[in-house]
Design a protein around this ligand. Structure first.
Ligand code: HDE
Length: 670
């Protein structure tokens, strides 16, 4: 129905116009010389529309192109007044608006959500004193120690330039070649080969500022700080085979999960915690905290929770907000300052530069998602896409002509910590950065046996994709410095005839105390909140059992989806019709944390001939999930040749099922 008809019906439809406000009479047909004739150049409406369309894309981020974001707030719960003047860290109960974007690193904007990859964790705080961007990752360390190596790292991990693949994957020659020649990456390698890179949900990841920053108090004294985000739902990861299948079943798995949670009012939440330490304490650490390949174990410097972040509003427009948001580590506040971490120092340049090329104008700060919510003014003028209309004849400072023009303020303005710098200028890697293996060993030894097994399987998987044997061997050589047993397992998995030599080291490898806080399993929460459970049903299923399970699971806090052979639903045993939320072949069990199978015997016999149903239960079993069954459900499991164990639980024992659904059935082994 067009505008004229709608107006006749008293609708409030807006008029479709060109960008100049000219009402459009026909949006379906271009202007042609005759009904079957050529299109006329005169058709300025067609040209405006197509030209705009042709320019819809902007360059995607060179890294972190694929991301999902949401609005929310940060609320301070504990003042850091002793350490900083930043109001956002001293005004308890103040709610500061935020925009947070969580991303993968290696893939393009259209890549899947679930590759094995680091997740970016970037938060823009729209504080009263300006915008502060804390641009971190879900892993507390990084691959390299110096910014000058970043382009090489990224070129190595991205699609290989001659063939244009693999997209969003580390399992290929160029990545592992670079890594094998970059021993400083070994600690990060342990993290990326762990299940940290396979998050179950973006709501279940930690975030880390990675670098040390400084806090500055009124007296100008500075304290080092590391920032940590800790998810309220705890940590949870998927397992590799499951992750691979999720990528096919739902390429938008994480984005959809975040969208559905926020739009359902189930707002994701993180605590913000800090580690505070002085220069004297740092001098006693058995590593250099300015080296981004090192972390400070929580056992050494405890975390203090100082606030919380809640994401409660999905962006109205993906491009305007999630795509155009411009994070820069140099967006900082009075009372916070940078450290000399050489990686951070390089980032202070890179992000502003990249925004200029991505958004095309030095006025990108005027885009609503980037604009501070506090007043801002200076004498910068003009440029592409200038939206402001500054008044008056004065655009410089100092001046004597305008009382209104903005002035500097030594009391309110940003100050850098007055740190004394000494030493010879040069392209130097500090000796304190030389130990590349001790924290890698500490990480590996801190894991549970299940997590250690996943790390070795991941390495075998990745290195088996590498075509050059010398690269595979070189990595195993590095692993020998981390843990001989790990090296042996990987060498075995790769079928190496002999154990390769370990490369020379620059510093002795130390046995640091294990840090259980580095585990994922130790940080998994005993809850069904944020999780999803499927109930597989078919014609003839028992409605009473389904209702009972739905109630119990819903009360425990999980989202429930009914999965059936047809989306229109099933006819239950009592003849009533129940609709399905998902069709069996398109809704595999990999999308859920646990499953329930409620079937009549006839239903089980029919489903036993359907490979989607067999895969549904076999995958649930192999991915260590709890499976709730009635007698028909058990029959399907028998037909799928699944052996009973403690994780296969009768629907009669709902409490046992719910307890088992909160975790994985680790005893099944992977
Ligand atoms: Fe980034 N990084 N990075 N990075 N990074 C970018 O900026 C860069 C590093 C991180 O959701 C780019 O806007 C250099 C560490 C996140 O928009 C670029 C170095 C950490 C995001 C850039 C690093 C990060 C980026 C690309 C080595 C964790 C996405 C597009 C010195 C602490 C932010 C853009 C978003 C994005 C450069 C290393 C996190 C090119 C040079 C370490 C979360 O400027």
């Amino acid at each position: 129905m067009h505008y004229d008809e709608r107006m006749a019906n008293k609708n409030t439809t807006p008029l479709l116009t060109t960008n100049q406000g000219l009402p459009v009479a026909d949006n379906q047909n271009s202007l042609r010389a005759s009904p079957l004739g050529p299109t006329l150049l005169e058709d300025f409406i067609l040209r405006e529309k197509i030209t705009h369309f042709d320019h819809e894309r902007i360059p995607e981020r060179i890294v972190h192109a694929r991301g999902s974001a949401a609005h929310g707030f940060f609320e301070l719960t504990k003042s850091l007044e002793t350490y900083t003047t930043a109001k956002i860290l001293t005004e308890v109960a103040e709610k500061t608006p935020v925009f947070a974007r969580i991303s993968t690193v290696a893939g393009g904007a259209g890549s899947v959500d679930t590759p094995r990859d680091v997740r970016g964790f970037a938060v823009k705080f729209y504080s009263k004193e300006g915008n502060w961007d804390l641009v971190g990752n879900n892993i507390p360390v990084f691959f390299i120690q110096d910014a000058i190596k970043f382009p090489d790292l990224i070129h190595a991990v991205k699609m290989e330039p001659d063939r244009g693949f693999p997209q969003s994957a580390t399992g290929h020659d160029t990545f592992w070649d670079f890594i094998s020649l970059t021993p400083e990456a070994m600690h990060m390698v342990m993290w990326i080969m762990s299940d940290r890179t396979l998050p179950r949900s973006l709501r279940m990841i930690e975030g880390f500022g990675v670098h040390s920053f400084r806090l500055l108090n009124k007296a100008g004294e500075s304290t080092f700080v590391k920032f940590h985000w800790r998810p309220k739902l705890g940590l949870q990861s998927t397992i590799w085979d499951e992750t691979v299948k999720i990528a096919g079943a739902d390429p938008d798995f994480h984005r959809r999960d975040l969208f559905e949670a926020i739009t359902a009012g189930d707002f994701p939440e993180w605590d913000l915690a800090v580690q505070l330490f002085s220069q004297e304490e740092a001098d006693r650490f058995p590593f250099d905290h300015l080296d981004a390949t090192k972390l400070i174990p929580e056992e050494l410097v405890p975390l203090q929770v100082i606030g919380r972040m809640v994401l409660n509003r999905w962006p109205e427009n993906f491009f305007a907000e999630t795509e155009q948001v411009a994070f820069c580590p140099s967006h900082i506040l009075p009372g916070i300052d940078f450290s000399n971490d050489p990686l951070l120092q390089g980032r202070l340049f890179s992000y502003l530069d990249t925004q200029l090329s991505r958004l095309g104008s030095p006025n990108f700060h005027q885009i609503p998602v980037n604009a501070p919510k506090c007043p801002f003014s200076n004498h910068q003028r003009d440029g592409h896409m200038q939206m402001g209309q500054p008044k008056g004849r004065v655009a410089y400072e100092p001046n004597s002509l305008s009382e209104e023009s903005p002035r500097e303020s030594p009391s309110k303005g940003f100050h850098s910590a007055a740190v004394e710098e000494v030493g010879a200028k040069g392209r130097i890697r500090a000796e304190s950065f030389a130990d590349h293996y001790s924290q890698a060993r500490q990480f590996y030894r801190s894991q549970t046996i299940y997590e250690q097994a996943h790390i070795s399987s991941a390495l075998i998987f990745e290195l088996s994709k590498v075509e050059h044997p010398h690269i595979r061997k070189a990595i195993v050589g590095h692993l020998r410095h981390i843990e001989e047993d790990l090296a042996r397992r990987v060498a075995d998995g790769l079928g190496l005839a002999a154990m390769p030599d370990a490369p020379p080291t620059l510093a002795a490898v130390q046995d640091l105390d294990p840090s259980p806080a580095l585990q994922i399993l130790g940080k998994m929460k005993d809850t069904l909140e944020g999780r999803a459970i499927a109930i597989l049903i078919a014609d003839g299923s028992d409605g009473a059992v389904i209702a009972k399970m739905k109630k119990a699971i819903g009360t425990a806090g999980a989202k429930i989806k009914i999965v059936a052979p047809k989306i229109s639903g099933v006819v239950l045993a009592d003849g009533s019709l129940t609709e399905a939320d998902g069709q069996l072949a398109g809704t595999p069990s990999v999308l859920f944390d646990a499953v329930v199978v409620v079937l009549s015997d006839a239903g089980a016999n029919t489903l036993a001939k359907d490979s989607a149903a067999i895969d549904f239960v076999r995958d649930a079993f192999n991915h260590l999930k709890a499976i709730g069954v009635d007698s028909g459900g058990q029959l399907l499991l028998d037909k799928a040749a699944i052996d009973n164990d403690a994780g296969i639980i009768s629907v009669q024992d709902m409490h046992a099922f719910i307890a088992a659904a909160k975790t994985r059935q680790w005893d099944r082994g992977v």
